[in-house]
Design a protein around this ligand. Structure first.
Ligand SMILES: NC(=O)c1ccc[n+]([C@@H]2O[C@H](COP(=O)([O-])OP(=O)(O)OC[C@H]3O[C@@H](n4cnc5c(N)ncnc54)[C@H](OP(=O)(O)O)[C@@H]3O)[C@@H](O)[C@H]2O)c1
Length: 317
């Protein structure tokens, strides 16, 4: 397939690109940056300069091109989000960015469109012990203004893509990314400096190793059903405090300090993520329909592998 990849230089794009190329797909990357375009070119990936939020410039950049599929992996989260404002640019990419890219996809004749969605579209709250499947309500408003802004953009992203005419739209509801990637490195660095506390009574979250997020995306590109959303999480939910402890141990950092959860309230988004939200997700639909299984069934194997890989890189440097 000829695939246009928005967000090719990002966390997931970086893991996805070599898989797309190894499978024989012809990739055309989108990037806003000259420097990133040069890096992509050095890896043998042609790119176009385009901003998803500038509809006219995006259409102009793609003018004369054709593609079979478009993949939207553009987000704008520069690191672990602490405040609600850290997500506004990503909210915009999920609403206007998706609309613009869908329009461009139609112009270049794409028949398939995959979009990055997010597991917390089910809501930032305690969902109880039962794993959620894809039929649960997604992106429903809660009455909390800051949270609803994120939820509205996640719902809009999915509604636009899953309801698009003339294109097979698929949404991938990724869990929390970790692995050899920037947020995990940043958290490890904080843990090594004893600046990453764990809440004493934290919530439960659903991680996904970045490699497994990319293999699920490949499977969805090839076998995903039109109009469907898929949960892309590993097999085991984890209490946030245990996740941070496992990350610190894998990174060779000291045992993190346990603090009362309310102390994290000064970082409202992080507090919502680490303390308020408890969520377990079923990945059975992705297993059944995409034939996908995670290589790292839990964060334990995934974090060990991620830091073994970091250490061998450091030793080689
Ligand atoms: N599910 C999750 O847990 C999740 C999801 C997303 C991100 N994150 C975390 O957040 C951190 C940052 O990741 P990230 O992928 O957002 O950042 P990133 O690695 O900087 O990548 C963002 C990507 O989106 C593209 N992009 C951003 N704004 C764009 C625009 N207006 N038009 C076109 N392309 C645009 C960027 O392209 P150019 O800069 O090349 O133009 C880049 O390829 C990571 O460590 C990751 O773990 C987590």
């Amino acid at each position: 397939m000829r695939v246009v990849l928005a967000g090719a230089s990002g966390t997931l794009g970086t893991a996805l690109l070599p898989m797309l190329m190894a499978a024989g797909h012809e990739v055309l990357a989108l990037t806003r940056s000259e420097r990133r375009a040069a890096r992509l070119a050095a890896a043998g990936v042609p790119s176009l300069r385009a901003d998803l939020l500038d509809a006219d410039a995006l259409l102009a950049a793609l003018d004369g091109h054709t593609a079979d599929a478009v993949i939207h992996q553009a987000t704008a989260i520069s690191g672990p989000p602490m405040f609600h404002r850290d997500l506004y640019a990503t909210d915009d990419l999920r609403e206007r960015g998706t609309a613009n890219l869908l329009r461009a996809a139609a112009e270049i004749g794409a028949r398939r469109f995959l979009t990055q969605s997010f597991f917390l579209g089910y809501g930032y709250r305690d969902h109880g012990a039962e794993p959620l499947d894809e039929d649960r309500p997604f992106g429903e408003p809660t009455g909390h203004r800051a949270v609803d802004r994120h939820l509205r953009s996640m719902r809009s992203n999915e509604e636009q893509v899953l309801g698009a005419r003339g294109v097979d739209g698929i949404a991938l509801r990724y869990g929390m990314f970790y692995g050899p990637e920037p947020s995990t490195r940043r958290l490890a660095d904080l843990a090594r400096r004893r600046l990453l506390p764990v809440p004493r009574s934290g919530g439960v979250t659903a991680p996904i190793h970045i490699h497994d997020a990319a293999t699920a995306t490949m499977a969805a590109l090839e076998r995903g059903r039109a109009g469907q959303a898929y949960n892309v999480v590993d097999d085991q939910p984890v209490c946030f405090a245990d996740y941070v402890r496992a990350l610190a141990a894998a990174a060779g950092a000291p045992e993190p300090l346990a603090v009362p959860g309310r102390l994290l309230a000064v970082l409202p988004y992080l507090h919502l993520l680490m303390v308020t939200t408890s969520i377990r997700l079923s990945n059975a639909k992705a297993a059944r329909e995409l034939g996908w299984r995670p290589a790292y069934p839990s964060h334990r194997e995934g974090l060990r592998a991620a830091f073994d890989c970091e250490w061998s890189r450091e030793r080689a440097a």
